[in-house]
Design a protein around this ligand. Sequence first.
Ligand code: AP5
Ligand code: ZN
Length: 215
Amino acid sequence: MKCILLGAPGAGKGTQAQFLTKEFSIPQISTGDMLRAAIKAGTELGLKAKAAIDAGQLVSDEIIIGMVKERIAEDDCANGFLLDGFPRTVPQADALAEAGVSIDAVIEIDVPDEVIVERMSGRRAHLASGRTYHVVYNPPKEEGKDDVTGEELVQRDDDKPAVVLDRLRVYHEQTAPLVGYYKDAASKIENLKYITIDGTQAIDTVEKEILSALK
Ligand code: AP5
Ligand code: ZN
């Protein structure tokens, strides 16, 4: 199965990806996680990405499209994958379609801006794996520690309130048009499902609704 998770920053894409990748045995392709790994490794790509991410802006389409095309050509993607955070602009969506990738489902997780700001301030992340937690809504078993590795959790640099507001603005300007883009595509392409889920519900309710909509 080839799926796209669509939603504002903090809507819960990464959280649901953890569940969906297990359920369907497909890899998660999170462009945000890939960029953060490149920053940590100090690569040329990481250096280019850091300034944009810290400012709440998008990294250039050219860089992102190249990165995703390389990733989906890898062997573990042969039976499908879950795209988390890509596409994020109309040119990125066009590039995916032009590459001949046929998507089975677009899952939109819908959460209003007010809820997002609260979620971001409580988010804690394990950067090496991309696992995310929330101090209230999804706490780790041991405070401040990743459930799997026991390593320290951190707050992402771009979760500072001022940057969150910039990310939301960028989302509405550049990514929200993909809602109409994929609804329209789903009305024309028989095998493409467009699913909208109310992402303000509890994490396990969102999981259940996604699952029943996919089946
Ligand atoms: P990226 O890492 O993709 O960030 P994002 O889209 O802003 O999304 P987040 O990871 O912040 O949120 P999420 O939806 O995964 O929420 P989560 O599950 O963690 O991208 C970062 C940056 O990289 C971008 O700003 C951009 O600069 C660059 N970039 C990435 N992709 C790009 C692209 N394609 N093109 C250009 N640039 C790109 O949940 C958030 C919190 O809420 C957590 O604490 C979680 O525990 C909690 N939570 C989740 N669900 C619920 C629930 N149902 N109820 C209560 N709490 C919940
Ligand atoms: Zn994420």
